[in-house]
Design a binder for this molecule. Structure first.
Ligand code: ZN
Length: 306
């Protein structure tokens, strides 16, 4: 039996409903050498983000996958405090974001050292927080993988192969995902445990299909963003369903969050758009309730549980 490993412990499928696959409760997009990087009082994060998690819960969301890896202000201790204050489970990653957010220690580390570090967080805890990592988040440069990003990906494939953790990568170009899937296979893991994060940004839908055929998860995670319209997402989802890949699609907003670079953490954007605005449009386009349940409940649990 697989379980979703969260800030509030492992959860079975029958304890959960809708899961959002890509959101942020806390993220710092400055690089780690900036003053105040990733610094905040947990109480301030709770004050700003607890109401957002309450709204999400009222909209039917039962767990959120936090996508802030090392490099963009991952703070498992703060996420745990927010979860304990709200009773709301979050799924926290191990892994490292792309250049120029890769820290010096990771540049200096060998593939084996990175693999051991990831495996340690996936089987033990993150930085003394008592939070076990649920999955592996990483990223690739827009113009292809750098040497250190390749090293991190190979390490992730090794850590995934021994823990069954899923790897999710922020990757903007489809041809870069093709390279990533080759590396994952060479390193002894499988595209079926790889999520192409931000797959909607690739203009060539054929590349979405190519990676789905290889077994990868296709994540459409900018739903409700200012620069997109719902019709675009409805169409991409329907084309994936028509091609028979409805069990490999993930949906999310990429919203939130407490930002330590902003006074008071800034103004979060709610995690409720999909429930309240988008799913009614998907229904109106003829997508059946059973399929909606697959996209919002079954798929994210199957992807992130282990
Ligand atoms: Zn994100």
């Amino acid at each position: 039996m697989t379980q979703l490993i969260t800030t509030l412990g492992p959860k079975r499928a029958d304890e959960l409903g809708m899961i959002l696959a890509h959101e942020h409760v806390f993220v710092d997009l400055r690089t780690y050498d900036q003053p105040g990087y990733a610094q905040a009082d947990a109480a301030d994060v709770i004050e700003l983000m607890a109401p957002e998690l309450e709204k999400a819960r009222a909209a039917g969301v039962t767990a959120i996958v936090e996508c802030s890896a090392v490099g963009v202000g991952r703070r498992a201790d703060i996420l745990k405090a927010v979860s304990e204050a709200t009773g709301f489970p979050l799924v926290v990653p191990t892994g490292i974001y792309r250049e120029p957010w890769v820290p010096d220690w990771a540049h200096a580390a060998t593939e084996e050292e990175l693999r051991e570090w990831m495996t340690g967080e996936l089987t033990g805890e993150i930085e003394g927080s008592a939070v076990q990592a649920g999955w592996i988040k990483l990223s690739a440069g827009d113009d292809g993988l750098t040497a250190s990003e390749t090293n991190i990906l190979r390490a992730a494939a090794g850590a995934g192969a021994s823990t069954n953790a899923i790897i999710g990568s922020h990757t903007i170009q489809g041809w870069v995902v093709r390279d990533q899937l080759d590396i994952v296979e060479e390193a002894g893991y499988t595209p079926e445990r790889f999520i192409w994060i931000h797959a909607q940004v690739e203009p060539d839908f054929e590349l979405n299909l190519e990676m789905a055929r290889r077994g990868a998860w296709i994540e459409y995670d900018g739903i409700g963003s200012e620069d997109s319209d719902d019709g675009f997402y409805v169409e991409r989802i329907q084309r994936m369903l028509d091609a028979g890949f409805g069990d490999q699609v993930l949906l999310s907003h990429d919203r939130g969050w407490y930002d330590p670079a902003q006074p008071g953490g800034g103004t979060p954007r709610p995690f409720t758009y999909i429930s309240e605005q988008f799913l009614p449009k998907l229904r109106a386009a003829g997508v059946e309730e059973e399929t909606i349940r697959q996209l919002t409940h079954v798929n994210p649990f199957r992807a992130f549980s282990r």
